[in-house]
Design a protein around this ligand. Structure first.
Ligand code: PRX
Length: 660
């Protein structure tokens, strides 16, 4: 019998639990799993690794080695991600759709790549890379849209042990250049352009200058939009030319589980983005397990994740997760509001998606402008809804649950990070409970805690991870072990990983585990429209403007995007605030970081609150923007400046900030 339209949850006192249907279907339904997994966490992971993954050699020397804060998993085991996503499925599922690609223009046909077709394309692409001299351990930078060639290129890198470093297309060419330089990559893979909101967004022509400056050796260009970009002879090649006549077969290289699988740059607390390193084996095991358990992913499922490949969610769940399990993943090229605000609902209906995974910011936008549109579509194929990237507020949760899920589907609010490689905290579909606004429990056998400033367990405070860690955790920051220690393993010592987030242990529980509510970042990182951005990176870009003497950036609450960057600037003597200057600041941020980081607000101030040593106290700026209590203003060396700033931002909070 078809699963369409079934009830997957039941309600009790305003919270939701798996229904009998879900308990029959789901892989994990017994809450004892938490205790069982904790009995021997290392063995738990070893068993999952053997059960979920095909190894060339699973005779690793030691499952886990923990030298705080460095770990290794399955070292000596030989494995390949591309093999696990492709080769092992060919015999049984060669004709099955691996990727269904939906172009943005509605007059263009979808493209379906079967496992056999994808396998062929990936092997050829891998040979193209080899012919350009790319091999194991080489970093290849991507500035690629959501098109099938992007999936092929990533799998091709995995096949030969090259590291992809994928940069989101809404980052600027300058941001790409910096990441290429840091990774030491001399090959860029890009497209001529792609479609967004009915227009062609050019990529290749925009990045030509940056390519010249980084002295790239090669650039592979996928022709997506027939823009006929400028090509430099000898350096720039169209993919179609390179694929022509290239050798058809390329075996997947047996890589060591501890080899690097890829780099992904993410924002931290300094101006320079960090190249997060992920291992081949550990990442693969964690991606496989979380895909299966969290999304209760069965091989006939059709998974639709709206996450772009430029983010970790795009890596783990839009691309690899569904393919590891021989499932189908839906890729959509464009914008959710093109040609109308029901494009995503249309896609779910058209392809019978069984899971849908997106970010609250997009849902808030769709609620605002198209509240009732899901009802115009048959979304009865859906079984599980997912949320990621930022806390989901109860109002958005309820809309998502009722309008998109028809009140039938659990929402898995998945809390994780680029650094964790895969989901580590949520409610599992067959266990629940699903509580609006509450993320869930650590997945077995993970051990999360909430600590106060002194490192004591508390109800509300810093979210940390303690032993046992998951094999999917980052293996460091590329070329910067000190940064790795400082960012994650210094606040509470070298055995406790600090996530940077604040959270609450709620009264809800399952299997003896408390459910966690995640409140947001405690450090100088923002989540803008679900995208992670560092304040320091944007500050550096603002400082590039000649008239700017000093700048501080903090996240300002926004009803759709969650947060937008708010810029506070002090101008040099003689410079006057003006709309033109605001324009210069916005342009500089877009050029240095990208449109993704465009300031939502620019304030001209004469002073910024500082510590005695001259460090800007952003906490005060955040509180002023949120109309919150500032606390003891005397921690600033110059508290009198807060009155002016309060006035400029229209502070309406509880504290009297005058009188200094
Ligand atoms: O602040 C948390 C927030 O996103 C941060 C990680 O960002 P990034 O590395 O870009 O990865 C995003 C996708 C995994 C976290 O430190 N975050 C992520 N998921 C949630 C969340 N905040 C609340 N609830 C979530 N479900």
């Amino acid at each position: 019998m078809s699963d369409k339209g079934k009830m997957w949850v039941t309600e009790k006192d305003g919270i939701y639990w798996p229904s009998e249907n879900m308990k029959k279907k789901a892989f994990i339904t017994n809450p004892d799993i938490f205790e069982e997994a904790k009995e021997n966490p290392v063995e738990f992971w070893a068993e999952r690794a053997r059960e979920l993954i095909d190894w060339f050699d699973s005779d690793w020397e030691r499952t886990n080695e923990w030298n705080p804060p460095f770990f290794k998993w399955f070292e000596g085991g030989k494995v390949n991600l591309s093999y696990n996503c492709l080769d092992r499925h060919i015999e049984d599922k060669g004709d099955k759709p691996a990727i269904i690609w939906e172009p943005e223009p509605t007059d263009e046909e979808k493209e379906v790549l079967t496992y056999t077709e994808l396998h062929k394309g990936v092997q050829k692409f891998a040979n193209v890379l080899k012919e350009l001299g790319v091999g194991k351990g080489d970093a290849v930078t991507f500035w690629m849209p959501m098109i099938p060639e992007t999936a092929m290129a990533a799998l091709a890198c995995q096949r030969i042990g090259a590291w992809h470093s994928i940069v989101y297309t809404a980052f600027s060419p300058e941001a790409v250049r910096k990441r290429m330089e840091d990774a030491g990559s001399d090959l860029l893979i890009t497209a001529d352009g792609f479609y967004r909101r009915g227009k062609v967004m050019e990529l290749k022509n925009n990045i030509n200058d940056a390519l010249d400056r980084v002295e790239a050796e090669n650039c592979i260009v996928v022709n997506r939009a027939d823009t006929e970009p400028t090509m430099v002879e000898g350096r720039d090649h169209f993919l179609s030319d390179l694929m022509d006549g290239v050798e058809e077969s390329c075996d997947a290289e047996p890589l060591d589980a501890e080899d690097i699988g890829f780099l992904l740059y993410t924002s931290g607390t300094t101006g320079k983005p960090k190249g997060i390193k992920h291992s081949v084996g550990g990442y693969l095991v964690q991606a496989a397990l979380s895909m299966k358990w969290v999304f209760d992913f069965h091989e006939d499922d059709v998974f639709y994740s709206t996450a772009d490949i430029g983010w970790i969610t795009g890596h783990t769940y839009t691309l690899y997760g569904p393919l590891i399990h021989g499932g189908t993943t839906v890729w959509y090229e464009g914008s959710p509001d093109y040609p109308d605000l029901d494009r995503w609902w249309n896609i779910i209906e058209k392809y019978g998606a069984t899971q849908f995974y997106t970010a609250p910011t997009a849902l808030r936008m769709l609620i605002k402008h198209g509240r009732d549109l899901p009802e115009k579509h048959d979304l009865s194929s859906l079984r599980i809804l997912g949320s990621v990237g930022e806390p989901i507020d109860p109002e958005t949760w309820n809309w998502y649950f009722k309008k998109v899920g028809g009140g039938r589907c659990p929402i898995v609010d998945t809390y994780w990070q680029t650094e964790t490689g895969g989901i580590l905290l949520t409610s599992l579909p067959g266990l629940g409970p699903f509580v609006p606004g509450v993320a869930g429990t650590p997945l077995p056998p993970m051990n999360y805690d909430i600590l106060d400033i002194d490192g004591n367990p508390t109800e509300k405070g810093a979210v940390v991870i303690k032993e046992p860690f998951s094999p999917g955790m980052l293996r460091g920051v590329y070329k910067n072990p000190d940064k790795y220690k400082e960012e994650y393993w210094s606040r509470y010592g070298e055995e406790i990983y600090f996530t940077g987030d604040e959270g609450i242990k709620t009264e809800h529980e399952i299997g003896g585990q408390k459910l966690f509510k995640i409140l947001g970042r405690m450090d100088d990182v923002m989540e803008v429209a679900g995208h992670r951005l560092g304040t320091a990176e944007i500050e550096d870009a603002v400082q590039e403007v000649e008239e700017v003497a000093e700048a501080a950036v903090v996240g300002k609450p926004h009803d759709v995007k969650g947060q937008v960057p708010a810029v506070f600037t002090i101008l040099i003597d003689g410079a006057e605030p003006s709309e033109d200057l605001k324009g210069d600041i916005v342009r500089s941020v877009r050029r240095e970081v990208g449109p993704v980081a465009s300031p939502g607000e620019i304030y001209f101030v004469s002073r910024l609150p500082e510590t005695e040593s001259g460090k800007v106290i952003r906490r005060f700026l955040r509180a002023l923007l949120k109309d919150e209590e500032l606390g003891d203003m005397r921690t600033a060396n110059n508290p009198e400046c807060l009155e002016e700033i309060a006035d400029i931002v229209g502070y309406n909070g509880p504290q009297d900030v005058s009188g200094y």
